[in-house]
Design a protein around this ligand. Structure first.
Ligand SMILES: N#Cc1c(-c2ccc3ccn(Cc4ccc(CN5CCOCC5)cc4)c3c2)n[nH]c1N
Length: 244
């Protein structure tokens, strides 16, 4: 998979050189290219923003600079374009899995009050353009959102996660864990500062362990994410004696 990221803060993406994503880049599973938007601003100050039409707070990113940058980066190709924005569709595990199937993604990182909407209008005619939000809180720009999305998508690519099963068991993913958050996890030692590991996990009885884990996942989902629990099959809740 090729990932292009355009930003005025390319240094935000240094973390993509480490850990899972860094190793995937070394192996060639991921081809990540980060571009400085200001390279396509031709005035002496490398200006990328201007005052908003219609008034209002802050500044808006100029369409001309973005158009030149995107045209150069895609070189006539057709990546799927992802634009983080507070007003976007929710970024979910399902969308991460969808994006993980794409051969080429282009992330456009806005700043200020966002990118002139005509940029998304222009490229929607040639590319699949998704305006996406990573959550209901306000960031100062799109870079952190892109880091979140690149990690969520990258870990789903073949060979990136050491244990491929881990992604299969992901919370929120379609399948057995759909609409469930994960339960508690433990490792050695079996006793730590007076805290014991639940005995079932030391029993070696895989069926009991699986049932206990699902019960704990349901318990935590009911407690922390009642809106997800509401989507669970009532039979699931009854079987695990969980009432909403
Ligand atoms: N993904 C994601 C995000 C982002 C995100 C993503 C990309 C950019 C680019 C610029 N910003 C700053 C910004 C802040 C607030 C507003 C709203 N405006 C409405 C009119 O009044 C002024 C304020 C717009 C832009 C961004 C924020 N925030 N939260 C997420 N989940």
């Amino acid at each position: 998979m090729r990932l292009d990221i355009i930003s005025i803060f390319p240094e935000y993406f240094a973390p993509l050189d480490v850990s899972l994503i860094g190793k995937a880049r070394e192996r060639g599973t991921l081809d990540v290219r980060v571009h400085q938007l200001r390279d396509w601003a031709h005035d002496v100050h490398k200006t990328v923003d201007d005052t908003p039409y219609g008034g209002g707070p802050g500044m808006v990113m100029k369409p001309e600079v973005w158009g030149e940058a995107i045209d150069d980066v895609i070189e006539g190709g057709s990546p799927r374009m992802v634009v983080p924005t507070p007003s976007g569709r929710p970024f979910t595990q399902e969308l991460a899995q969808e994006l993980a199937q794409e051969p080429w993604l282009l992330f456009a990182c806005g700043r200020y009050e966002g990118i002139d909407s005509r940029v998304m209008e222009e490229y929607s005619g040639r590319l699949r353009v998704d305006e996406v939000s990573i959550g209901d809180y306000v960031l100062a720009g799109g870079e952190v959102a892109v880091l979140v999305m690149v990690e969520a998508v990258g870990r789903l690519l073949p060979g990136v996660l050491g244990n491929a099963q881990s992604a299969v068991d992901d919370s929120f993913a379609p399948g057995a864990m759909r609409n469930l958050v994960e339960g508690p996890v433990y490792t050695k030692p079996p006793l730590w500062r007076g805290h014991e590991v639940p005995a079932v996990l030391l029993s070696g009885h895989h069926g009991n362990v699986a049932r206990w884990r699902r019960d704990e996942a349901i318990r935590r989902t009911v407690r922390n994410r009642p809106e997800l629990a509401a989507a669970l099959d009532p039979a699931t809740l009854d079987k695990h004696d969980r009432k909403l």
